[in-house]
Design a protein around this ligand. Sequence first.
Ligand SMILES: Nc1ncnc2c1ncn2[C@@H]1O[C@H](COP(=O)(O)OP(=O)(O)O)[C@@H](O)[C@H]1O
Ligand SMILES: [Mg+2]
Length: 279
Amino acid sequence: MSRGRSWGVFRERTHSPNREVDDAEILRLTGKHLEERGFDVVLKSPDELLAPAEGPPDFVFLMCEGAEVLRQLRNWETGGLRQVNSPVAVLNTYRERMIAQFEEADVAFIRSALVSTAASPRPASLPVWVKRSDVHNTQDGDVVFAATEEACRAALEALARRDLPRAVLQEHLEGDLVKFYGIGTGGARDGGPPWFRWFYHKDQTVAGHPLDPRGLARLARTAAAALGLEVYGGDAIATARGDLVLLDLNAWPSFALYRDEASAEIAAYLDRRLTGGAR
Ligand SMILES: Nc1ncnc2c1ncn2[C@@H]1O[C@H](COP(=O)(O)OP(=O)(O)O)[C@@H](O)[C@H]1O
Ligand SMILES: [Mg+2]
């Protein structure tokens, strides 16, 4: 007998540049583990959710990020549909919302300023990163390293031409770039120890700055909690002074280096979380 009907929702292809296969693979494997646990699993594209042929299932696990499909999922949430990540948490990863939430929660996040792409604001420091203010990198021009004021202005103008009214300017921080993945919120609500992995990004020469792994896990978890994310990944910088600064936090990443382990872990988490075990 089925333990429940579920849908897994793929990420929009445009939101997975160069990661289409990795992104699809982690969702598929998670679905496979859920089936082994006795759940009915149907995988769907975001488009299929916008024109559903049938009513929503018992729970949904999702990698989609588009505003329209998230709106649809929030409507179903009001009707009691359980979801991981919650659609609001995914919406919270839109850069300008993320920055506001991190400020509120006092998360050690990279210094950022929200600016209008129509104005030509002077960056507080150079070099500077110019990033679109909503979704993360989907194409060239969305996340730009600008070494000069002219390059900064050009990047803003390019965003303005694409009808993107706002951008985020971020200070460029030197240090060792680390990537991390996390599953679960930890503590009593979760019913299991949170899963956390990190590694040095491969395209760099690691300086070997001091890095406290427990501090990194805590930073990641605090940031995820601030947005309401349960399955997440992100980037941080370990500075020469030993500080850890968060650069970015994303909902349900590809978990590429840890796919087998992570998919089993996510399925176990979903089982606890969505079938009444925790919360
Ligand atoms: N403020 C910054 N300081 C140093 N490196 C940065 C900064 N912002 C971005 N980067 C580099 O650019 C990469 C992509 O930036 P990120 O904000 O994670 O965008 P996205 O995930 O949308 O591609 C980071 O992993 C890091 O290597
Ligand atoms: Mg990133």
